[in-house]
Design a protein around this ligand. Structure first.
Ligand SMILES: Nc1ncnc2c1ncn2[C@@H]1O[C@H](COP(=O)(O)OP(=O)(O)OP(=O)(O)O)[C@@H](O)[C@H]1O
Length: 334
C-alpha cells in the first residue's frame, strides 16, 4: 500500500526522503516524505492544518528547497536545476494575488507565457488554448481586476496550463469557489488527468478528493501516515464497512448491548432520529465474501439477542473518505 510507483510507468514527479525545517529552532515541517505521481493520475495530499501539505507542494514546485531529499520532475533533478524543472510544472497555489488588475486576462497570460520563454507565435496559441479550456475565451479582453473569484481561479488554472506542462500542482484549487464553479474546476481537473497530465492536489474537501483522486496520501505531522485508495484508507482506519438502521424508541441502550454482542470487530453508535434511534455499526473488516457473511450473521444474532429482527431499513455500505479520515484524525496530530 505504501509503494510510490506502479511497475512499468515512469512518474513525472518523484520525490524521495523530503525533509524541510524552518527557523533557528529547526522546526520540522516535513519529514522523510516520499511520493510520486504517475501519468494520468491524480494524487491527493490530505491532512490537518499545518500537516505539511503546502510545504511539500512548494518543494515540488521548486519554490522551496528541501533541507534533505531529492525531487525529480520529468527526469530533471529539481533541487539542482530548479529553473528547468519549474518549466515543466503548472502551479496553482491558493491565496495568490498573481495578476495585473488593470491588464486584460489575455494580456496577463501573454505576459506569463513570455516569462516561461514561449516563442511569440506559440505564446498566442498557448494563451488562446488555455483561455478556451478554462471557459474564459469570451471574457479574455476584460480586466483581471474585474474578475470574480471563480473567474480568477480559472485564470490561475489557465496560467498553470500554459505550455502544456506534464505536471500540475494544485493547492486547494476550489477553496472559496461557488459550488457550481468548483464543479467546473473539478471537471477540468478530471479532463486534464484523462488527457495524461499528472496532478498533485491538496484539498480540504473530502468529496472532492474522493471524486478526483486515484491515490491519496494522508499526511500527519509532516509524515505520510498512510497511502492508498479510499478503501485502503478506510481499512487502515479500521472501518471497512458501515451498517446503518433505525430501531424503535424503546431500544435506548441498543448501542451498548449490540457492542457487547459484536465485541472488538465493530464499533456501535446511536443517536436519536425522528422519534427512533439511528444506529451505526462501524465494521473493522473489509467487504470480502467471507467477511460479509460473517458480518451479516453476527449482526442478525446480535439483533435477535436484543429482541428485534433485522430492521427493514438496514443498509451496509463502504465507508466514505470523510468517515475514514475522521476515524484517523487522532493519529495525525503534531
Ligand atoms: N516559511 C515558514 N516559516 C516557518 N514555519 C513555516 C513556514 N512555512 C510553513 N511553516 C510551518 O510548517 C508547518 C506546515 O505548514 P504547511 O503550510 O505546509 O501545512 P499545510 O498542511 O499546508 O496546512 P494547511 O492545511 O493549513 O494549509 C506549519 O506548522 C507551518 O506553520
Amino acid at each position: 500500500m505504501l509503494s510510490t510507483q506502479t511497475a512499468g510507468t515512469t512518474p513525472v514527479l518523484a520525490a524521495t526522503g523530503l525533509r524541510r525545517t524552518f527557523g533557528k529552532e529547526g522546526f520540522v515541517a516535513v519529514d522523510d516524505l516520499s511520493l510520486s505521481v504517475e501519468p494520468g493520475q491524480v494524487h491527493a495530499l490530505l491532512g490537518p492544518n499545518g500537516a505539511g501539505k503546502t510545504t511539500t507542494v512548494r518543494m515540488c514546485a521548486t519554490l522551496l528547497t528541501p533541507t534533505v531529499g531529492q525531487i525529480q520532475v520529468d527526469g530533471i533533478d529539481a533541487v539542482r536545476h530548479p529553473e528547468a524543472a519549474r518549466a515543466r510544472v503548472g502551479l496553482v497555489l491558493g491565496g495568490e494575488l498573481g495578476f495585473y488588475p488593470r491588464a486584460s486576462a489575455r494580456d496577463n497570460l501573454l505576459f506569463f507565457a513570455d516569462l516561461q520563454g514561449l516563442s511569440r507565435r506559440r505564446r498566442r496559441q498557448a494563451v488562446d488554448t488555455a483561455l478556451e479550456r478554462m471557459g474564459l475565451a469570451d471574457v479574455a479582453t476584460r480586466k483581471a481586476g474585474a474578475f470574480s473569484r471563480g473567474m480568477l481561479q480559472r485564470l490561475h488554472l489557465a496560467r498553470a496550463l500554459l505550455g502544456s506542462p506534464p505536471l500540475l500542482l494544485l493547492n486547494e484549487p476550489t477553496t472559496g469557489l461557488d459550488p457550481d464553479v468548483a464543479l467546473q474546476v473539478r471537471d477540468l481537473i478530471r479532463e486534464l488527468a484523462a488527457d495524461g497530465t499528472e496532478v498533485l492536489l491538496t484539498s480540504h474537501s473530502m468529496p472532492e478528493v474522493e471524486e478526483l483522486a486515484d491515490l491519496i496520501s494522508v499526511i500527519g505531522a509532516g509524515r505520510i501516515v498512510t497511502r492508498g485508495t479510499v478503501r485502503d484508507l478506510a481499512a487502515y482506519a479500521g472501518i471497512g464497512m458501515i451498517s446503518g438502521f433505525t430501531l424503535p424508541a424503546r431500544h435506548a441502550d441498543a448501542a451498548a448491548r449490540l457492542q457487547e454482542q459484536l465485541g472488538d470487530g465493530a464499533v456501535v453508535a446511536q443517536r436519536p432520529a425522528s422519534g427512533r434511534w439511528a444506529v451505526t455499526v462501524y465494521w473493522a473488516v473489509d467487504d470480502s465474501r467471507a467477511d460479509r457473511e460473517a458480518r451479516d450473521a453476527a449482526l442478525a444474532a446480535a439483533l435477535a439477542e436484543i429482541g428485534t429482527q433485522a430492521p427493514a431499513d438496514l443498509v451496509t455500505r463502504p465507508a466514505s473518505l470523510e468517515e475514514a479520515y475522521l476515524a484517523l484524525a487522532d493519529r495525525l496530530a503534531r
